[in-house]
Design a binder for this molecule. Sequence first.
Ligand SMILES: Cc1ncc(COP(=O)(O)O)c(C=O)c1O
Length: 462
Amino acid sequence: MTITDIVLIEGAGPRYRQIADQLAQLIESGALPANSKLPTHRALADQLGVTVGTVTRAYAEAERRGLVEARIGAGTFVVGDNAAVWTFDSCGGGDPEDTHFSYNIPPWLDRAQMLNQAMQQLTRNPAMLNQLMLYQKPEGIEQHRVQMAQWLSHHHVHLDPQRLLFSSGAQNATHMVLDAFCRAGDTLLVEKYSYPGLISLARQKQITLKPVDMDAEGLLPEALDAACRLYQPRLIYAMPTFQNPTTGTLSASRREAILAVCRKHKLYLIEDEVNGLLPRERPEAMVNMDPEQVIHIGALSKCLAPGLRVGYLQVPEKLHTQMAVTLQNHSWMISPLLTGIACELIRAGDADRVLQQIRQEVERRLELTLQYLGEFQLRYQRDCFHVWLKLPEQLRLSEFVAAAEARNIKLKSGELFAPPGAAIPPAVRLSISAPRDLEELEAGLKVVRELLQQESSAGFSL
Ligand SMILES: Cc1ncc(COP(=O)(O)O)c(C=O)c1O
């Protein structure tokens, strides 16, 4: 069965819904594979003998169900298999020939010794250790919350220990926030290029993402104001520090201006600050500026260890109970053993030591990166794990990514950061923190430079 076999039956419900239902069947059966282009509205309308408006409504319904996406200037497409695209293919393992620029992970560090010491320290207090083995309230152990909030306050993030909630990393925090406050069919405003984990989550939950224009810093307040009026979103999501993928960091005045827009439209802002602890110098977190307007999300994944899966969030006071109930519904509580280990690493000074080491290593890596790629259109920031590389005009994105892959270079195509319907940026994200060492980074950068120097995509040998 193909799209030409769609049939409309008199009396079987609205025509747009019949079309959307049959599109769903075609996609589910594989007859319409991921990324296939649907006929234009006019062509399908002519084929089915309906108005263009009916097809427009059917495609909108299919988009609302997360089945298809309209790409500006290109048409309507069956959504890609996003889970497959965005799943980690390997992290720390995989083909030893590959150079991974794909993940925003901290540079490799031996953490075994500090973990060993942290666990020994925990076993010195059997009463506490036994308590960690029990069910807790969803808020977790108060002492852990106090310790975490205190440490964060030394890193420019002021959270209330009575309102801080733990999560299993920032991704889990984002998932819980969307579960608590959004329903299928809601709209979420996001930066024009956004985090693939958020895009994937929204797709699964049938939340519509609407991209908002950015400049080099990030979200533009005027564009946000216009989008709030146009789309009447449920929430706004942004990455104010080391935006993923563009690296932008919002200035203090821009943060104030964005918060003013949120207050004007009575909208909460999800502040994803997973990268917020990395910079040595940075503006105030937005949650410090207006804790009742901001849903703050952070984690130790970038500054300590992603495998620890310790993250945290704070929501405005009036949302707190709903958030705690959602956390309880998800997992009852976050493993207190893990938050206990994290707090011990903080108490012993290891968390700060690791953060210093990470910054020093990333600084060396950025220097090397600029030696090789400095002549190209590159966005970067001191202490940031990733750089955002705009391709020279003569190169096509898909061909560049394929050519890199053929040379065992794994990087993230700009396509992954485009919310459904947004234009695809002709750029790639390189995580300079990810290669195992400086040698591997340098070898990878050499290949990337060679590829960028091609006079056209035709020069790529695949
Ligand atoms: C912007 C952003 N948010 C959230 C996450 C997920 O972080 P975590 O590993 O703490 O779940 C990432 C991971 O790269 C990210 O880049």
